[in-house]
Design a protein around this ligand. Structure first.
Ligand SMILES: [Zn+2]
Length: 554
């Protein structure tokens, strides 16, 4: 101030007041450039265990090195090897359900879609009893147990999809017990198969219903490409030998043949006094060949070490894998390049890494996890969570990006999984600083919050925040929510997991970039703070975090 006159300072004042806020750390151009590269043909759609993976990993490591980050995988390198079992089940040579001597002949693909995640060449089940277990939920913290001690060893368990609260009405025991229409983890098909295995069942069948599942039979009944799974950890139960959805019309016919009314039984499943029901005289048999192979894939892990609290980590995550090469589309394209899903998430993490390196060193460590095999069932992030590089009790938060919208600036950001933890408030504060607001997911019953990598960490107690640009239409500056919804509908109908998920010079990434800069602000705040984000009292993830409270120093 000493070098300029008072009048000059006064003349400058309006300019200073009118000046824009500090330049946004992440730019649309850098997001676009990264996606253009990793969604290009040489990357072959980035399928795990293929040459496309090798190219992707090499690119990521080179970028991270050039940015000056440090390797952070367990063991000290850039990559964490993720072992996987890939099973492709062949057409069953035998598939029979008999009820009281009457043979029902379920048609694979139409009535049933059997598969397995065991490392095996052959699934053979003869004469297994069948037991309806309602929603199959064991939730002591909610005072709910559908099993009532029933013995499922060697049996086929039949589940309803979603949780007991999904269709509950006032007066039902389940009403309000599982978060209303929003799906809890107890509603996910993965939970049903896991619970069946924990109880020794040999098979698990889930009755398909479009509304309760969140998708149609066209998705549930499609077993093309097979299943991917992590090898069973020592001491953990074997997965069920056969797992499958069954179509609603077939399920009704099966129950009717056993003298039962599925609709009436489903109503009793919303009662806390529900008891499993054996399908009297029903027997299940299957003989199915399986092509099983072992695959090795890789997570990529990097960090900017913290200066004063290096053992506390703010962990960003995105998945590098996409759908690889498949059948040609109408234009003859075979590569599913995953430009948006989740090329944009990968680009966002690299941009955040660059931006943080450009600023002052953080007090806490900032970590970056580029996960494999998200599209195969969150496998890379799940393996990481089983074998973490940054201790989970002192992982401050996980901030995950999976798909961003490409239709331009928006007045809001859609939050999937609102109401779980204190990071909601951080997101609202960061959005307000941009002159934007947070809009909660309009359809929480779809359970999108269980379909991205942050979930692998959330279920182990790490507070999480998820940006998922296809989770709901935003309020676009040009066209409002109508235009935002139209973008989501168009993307999910035509491009999601398809050949058309390509990079485009025509993308308007200003809205996506603003979203990434929300994460930049939240990450910067957390990395410079002594605060620990907390789960809300009603969250299903709070109890596991509480077990390690002593590890988190204030
Ligand atoms: Zn994705």
């Amino acid at each position: 101030m000493s070098a300029i006159t008072k009048s000059a300072a006064l003349a400058l004042a309006p300019l200073l007041l009118a000046a824009a806020p500090a330049p946004a750390p992440v730019t649309p151009a850098e997001l676009s450039a990264t996606v253009k590269e990793i969604a290009s043909d040489p990357y072959q759609g980035r399928a795990p265990g293929t040459p496309g993976e090798s190219r992707t990993i090499a690119y990521l490591v080179a970028r991270l090195k050039a940015l000056g980050l440090q390797p952070a995988a367990p063991g000290g390198g850039w990559t964490q090897t993720v072992p996987m079992i890939h099973d492709v089940s062949g057409a069953p040579t035998k598939l029979a359900i008999t009820v009281r001597g009457k043979a029902l002949s379920p048609i694979p693909g139409t009535d049933i879609a059997p598969g397995t995640t065991r490392a095996t060449r052959h699934v053979a089940i003869a004469d297994a009893q069948m037991v309806f277990v309602g929603y199959g939920v064991s939730a002591p913290e909610r005072g709910w147990d559908d099993f009532k001690g029933v013995d499922l060893h060697g049996k086929i368990a039949i589940f309803l999809v979603n949780d007991p609260d999904y269709a509950a009405k006032p007066g039902d025991d389940a009403f309000g017990k599982f978060g209303g229409a929003a799906m809890t983890y107890y509603g996910r098909w993965t939970y049903k198969y896991e619970e069946a295995a924990r109880r020794g069942a040999i098979g698990a069948l889930i009755v398909h219903e479009t509304g309760a599942a969140g998708y149609g039979w066209n998705v549930a009944g499609n077993t093309v490409g097979g299943t991917y799974a992590l090898p069973v950890e020592p001491g953990a139960p074997q997965p069920v030998a056969v797992q499958s959805w069954i179509a609603m019309p077939f399920a009704k016919a099966l129950f009717a043949a056993a003298g039962l009314d599925l609709d009436a039984l489903s109503a009793t499943a919303r009662s806390a006094s529900f008891h499993p029901v054996t399908l009297d005289g029903a027997r299940f048999a299957i003989d199915m060949p399986v092509a099983s192979s072992a695959i090795e894939s890789h997570n990529v892990l990097a960090k900017i070490p913290g200066t004063t609290h290096a053992d506390e980590t703010v962990l960003f995550g995105a998945h590098w894998d996409a759908y690889g090469v498949g059948a040609p589309d109408a234009q003859g394209r075979t590569i599913r390049p995953g430009a948006n899903d989740d090329g944009l998430g990968v680009a966002s993490l690299l941009a955040l890494a660059r931006a943080y390196k450009a600023g002052p060193a953080p007090q806490r460590t900032i970590g970056f996890g580029f996960w494999t095999a998200e599209e195969r069932g969150l496998l890379g992030s799940e393996y990481y969570a089983q074998h973490p590089a940054f201790a989970l009790p002192t992982t401050v938060a996980n901030l995950t990006i999976d798909i961003l919208q490409t239709a331009g600036p928006s007045r809001d950001v859609v939050l999937i999984g609102a109401g779980q933890d204190s990071l909601d408030g951080d997101l609202a504060t960061a959005a307000a600083a941009q002159g934007r607001v947070v809009t909660p997911d309009a359809k929480p019953e779809r359970g999108l919050v269980y379909r991205a990598d942050h979930f692998s960490l959330a279920k182990r107690g790490v507070p999480t925040l998820l940006l998922m640009g296809a989770g709901g239409g935003v309020d676009l500056v040009a066209g409002g929510r109508t235009a935002g919804d139209a973008w989501v509908s168009d993307y999910t109908a035509h491009c999601y997991h398809q050949t058309c998920d390509t990079w485009s010079a025509g993308w308007d990434l200003r809205g996506a970039t603003a979203d990434v800069n929300l994460f930049y602000a939240i990450g910067a705040k957390l990395a410079g703070s002594r605060a620990w984000p907390t789960w809300n009292a009603t969250s299903e993830f709070k109890p596991v975090r509480d077990e390690t409270a002593a590890a988190r120093k204030q």
